[in-house]
Design a protein around this ligand. Sequence first.
Ligand code: FMN
Length: 363
Amino acid sequence: MASSPLWGAEEDVLGPVNLHEFEEVAKKKLHKLAYDFIAGGVEDERSLRANFEAYGHWDLVPRVMVDVSKVDTSTKLFGIQMDQPIIIAPTGGKELVMPKADEVVAKAALKMKTVLCSATGARKLIEDGEPLHWWVNGIGQATRQLATDFARRSEDSGAKAIVLTVDNAYQSNRDRNNRNRFDYGMMQGGVPKEGETRKLVNPALAANWQPHTPSLSWDYIDWVRGVSQLPVILKGILAPEDAETAVKRGAAGIVVSNHGGRQLDGVIGTLDALPDVVDAVGGKIPVLMDGGLRRGTDVLKALSLGAKGVLIGRPPLWGLSAYGQAGVERVLWMLGAELKLAMALAGQPSLATINRRLVRKHA
Ligand SMILES: Cc1cc2nc3c(=O)[nH]c(=O)nc-3n(C[C@H](O)[C@H](O)[C@H](O)COP(=O)(O)O)c2cc1C
């Protein structure tokens, strides 16, 4: 097993022993406004809780007497060889944690040889020429011209895929942010200072009805594919019907996601949504998923239900808040190490052996 990025450091003795505990350290270090922005979900946070609860709906049924003296977590996704099937999800607003936060996370991704989803030109965030694998994230553009410009620019700047967020038609109604009088324009204000309050310019209350990409349609995939070789991965699919359409319309992949419980409240937990989406896709394109993954066993359950890989959103931000770049690396390392051990104890020497028979849903 790879050694920990913080091996030998004081944090190794005193620091978090699991991903949950990174959040506790981060919470102590962050301004309330920043903590709430990252931790929070939408409205009553039912979707947020549904993600976590879904892992409790499925039990592992491990196999024994399998030679697991070697366990291989590596995989290849969209042509990219990875040591573990764990990707950094796109997260805006990192500047609330520290200056140049996107750069720090990109360096961690490079060091840990994982794929980074980023809204920013990630190659520019590190030394030019560094072999960082990154996928560009966006919520789409309103016109064909803007979309094709975006695709060309992304391809030129070295992105390996476009991750199109499809669940973000409008700014959602997030009570924690509203209570803190947090306005999205304030994200540019950098790290909030102790005692600082920010003047509310443009509250995100439901009544404000702030459009992001309300006219986004399936044509977007055609637009992009007309001018670029980049695979288009749709992030934010929950319905099997949409998964079928995604395949028909030429999407290269799907991320089963509810935006970490941050867009529509009361939606299905992502692990519970996964099997129907996987069935609808029928192996034609890779299905990934995100939402609430905090343990290696969570990842193993997602893989068992057909995910080819997973994305994590908040945990890298908790790692970043707690210990900077080393914290992000530590989070990725820890989840990968837990996955490897979980696979060993479940009798699964490689990702290829994992299948749906490894889990059962509660009656
Ligand atoms: C602070 C924050 C910002 C986010 N920003 C984006 C974004 O810009 N685009 C996007 O598609 N998803 C965004 N997400 C959602 C994540 O990509 C991901 O779907 C979600 O965080 C996964 O759940 P998890 O945090 O439980 O791992 C954001 C999530 C957080 C926590």
